[in-house]
Write a protein that binds this ligand. Structure first.
Ligand code: ADP
Ligand code: MG
Ligand code: MG
Length: 207
């Protein structure tokens, strides 16, 4: 996929993330402070405005995702603004100079993004954060690197959703959910669902 095509993909993804606000809000109301849906909606509304602006002319795939990350980081706020911003910025940086988005580049984006999110926030798989979806996606992406993107993306998104579902069994190590202790068990981490949704909608956009 070229730059024009991934721009369309991320326009669709942004629209769907904006629509997901009530679902994400409801999840954060159960084990957090209830602002995750609004934060994501604000971040992807700002991203959508960027993508629909003719003045946005990224030089390559890396610059494209880096600028989305900066937009999320500066518009969202909250823990997830820093985390999702870091993910796209670091993932994007790892693709500097690339003009084609394929499964190999997606794998690099996810794996380098995960590395940076870990360095930024210290979460590891099992801590009940978006890392549980991201790490599952990054691992699956390495396994399907040689598949065409339209086949690989839905498989990677499914792995991320399984990772998100698995957070139900976990006790939280970060954020307000941490104070709930075992009472967080049975409830999914909102950020992990957002991570899985982003990949699901990217997959839908190119299906
Ligand atoms: P806040 O917690 O500041 O209200 P949000 O509600 O927008 O922010 O986002 C909460 C989500 O951020 C959590 O569901 C979790 O997935 C993610 N998160 C929080 N802390 C971390 C961290 N240290 N590393 C990775 N993800 C994190
Ligand atoms: Mg919150
Ligand atoms: Mg908050």
């Amino acid at each position: 996929m070229n730059l024009a095509q991934i721009r369309q993909m991320m326009i669709y993804t942004s629209e769907k993330m904006i629509e997901s606000e009530p679902t994400l809000t409801a999840l954060d109301q159960v084990i957090g402070d209830g602002d995750h849906g609004i934060g994501m909606q604000r971040g992807f509304a700002a991203t959508l405005a960027l993508l629909n602006d003719d003045k946005f002319q990224p030089t390559d795939i890396g610059d494209f995702f880096t600028q989305i990350g900066t937009k999320l980081m500066t518009s969202m706020g909250g823990a997830s603004g820093a985390i999702f911003g870091t993910f796209f910025r670091a993932g994007g940086k790892s693709l500097n100079g690339q003009t084609e988005f394929n499964s190999k580049n997606l794998s690099t984006l996810l794996n380098e993004g995960w590395d940076a999110v870990h360095k930024r926030g210290n979460a590891k798989p099992g801590d009940k954060t978006m890392v549980d979806a991201l790490a599952a996606a990054a691992e699956k992406a390495r396994a399907v690197e040689s598949e065409p993107l339209e086949k690989a993306l839905p498989v990677i998104a499914d792995a991320a959703m399984v990772g998100a579902e698995n957070t139900k069994t976990m006790i939280a190590v970060f954020g307000r959910a941490k104070n709930l202790g075992e009472r967080a068990i049975g409830h999914v981490d909102p950020g992990s669902v957002s991570m899985a949704y982003i990949l699901k909608y990217m997959g839908q956009a190119i299906a």
